[in-house]
Design a protein around this ligand. Sequence first.
Ligand code: GLU
Length: 406
Amino acid sequence: MKNPFDNAMSQLDQAARAGNFGHAFISRMKVPDRDIRISIPVEMDDGSIKIFEGYRVEYNNTLGPYKGGIRYHPDTDINEIKALAFWMTLKCAAAGIPMGGGKGGVTVDPKNLSKGELERLSRGWVRRLADVLGPRKDVPAPDVNTTPEIMAWIADEFEKITGDKTKAVITGKPIDKGGSEGRNTSTAQGAFYVFEKFKKELGLPEKCAVAIQGFGNAGSFAGVVFSRAGHKVVAISDSKGGVYNPLGLDMDKLLEHKKSTGTLSGFSGAKNISNMELLEIECDLLIPAALENQINETNAEKIKAKVVLELANGPTTPEADEILFKRDVPIVPDILVNSGGVIVSYFEWEQNLKKEHWSEKEVFDKLKKMLEENSEKILKKSKELKTTFRMSTFIVALERIEEKMI
Ligand code: GLU
C-alpha cells in the first residue's frame, strides 16, 4: 500500500490537471516549508529513560500560522505527518480561515503509558519545539489519541518556557484552561452540517442507515449526533472491532457499555463484526472516522453504501476513489467534512487572543453558517467543472492559496 503522502500528492496532481494552476505553484505545494524530527527522552515510571521519536511538519503558512493536530500512534511516521500537514493546508484554505497547515506526532502507543509518562512525553514534545511554535507561528491541536488534557499540559509547558500567557499556542484545551465551548464535538457536529447541505443533492433518504468506522472523538460523537437527528446508526466500531444491528444501535446505551466493559463487542442485540466487515455493510451512509487507507483497491468494489462521508483524514486511497467514482458512489471529502474541528480551533485561538469566551450557541451558529456556505460553494464548483467533490474542494482551496501566494 502506498504511503499517505504519495496518495496526497496524487490527489494534488489530479487537481492540477482539473484546475488552472501555475506549474511553479503546484511544485511549491509538493514540498513542506520544513519537516522537523525530534527525539524526546522520557523518564519512565521504573526509572529508565526511553527515547521517543516525534515530529512537527510545517507545510505551508501562506494563509496564516501553521495549524494542525498532534497524533500519538504506534504507526505514525514522517510520511503520514507530512500528508496530514498537507491536507491541513488545504482544509484551512477550503474552510476560509486565516490559517496555514501543519501536523505533529509521536510514534507511540499511548495505551502503554501511565498518565505520568504521557504527561512527561507531551511536555518533552513541546520543549523540543518551543522555538518554532507560538500563537502567530504554529498552533497545534488534538488529533488521533490526543486529548484536551494533553493540550493543557502543552499550553502550560509553553507558558513556562516563553512566558506567553495567551494560551493561544494550542487549541482543543479543556474549557477551564482556555478551551472553546463546542470544540470537543465540533468535528462530528460540523460533519453533520455538511451532510445536511449535501443530503438532497446526493438523493439520500430523509432518515439514513449509517455505518461508522471509528470510536474516537470524531466517530463516537458522530454516532450521537446522527442518531439524535433521527438517523439509524446500524454499525460502529473501535480499533478492536465493532457491532452491527440492522434495526439500529442505541447510542446512549452503547456509550455506557463501552465505558463499563472497555469494548464495543458483546453489546446486547448486536452482532460483533470486524472493522473490514463494517466497511462493506449495506447502508445509506458510510462514515470512515478512523485512519488512512481504509477504503482501498481491495475493498472498494465491495462497498455497499450509497454515499461515503469522510470524517477521518485520508480514509480513501486514489485507487479506491476511482473505483467508487466508476460505481457512482459519491464521496464527500475529508478536508470539507471534518473541517468543523479546525474551524472551532480557529474560534478558540481568536477567543484566547481577544480574551473572550463565546457561548456554545454562538460557536455552533458561526460554524453552521461557515460550513453551509463552504458546502454550497463546493457543490457549485463541482457542477461548474463537472468534477468530484474532492477535486472541487481541492480546487477551491488551491485557488485561495495561489492567489495569496502571488
Ligand atoms: N486534528 C484535527 C484535524 O485533522 C484538528 C486540527 C486543529 O484543530 O487544528 O483537522
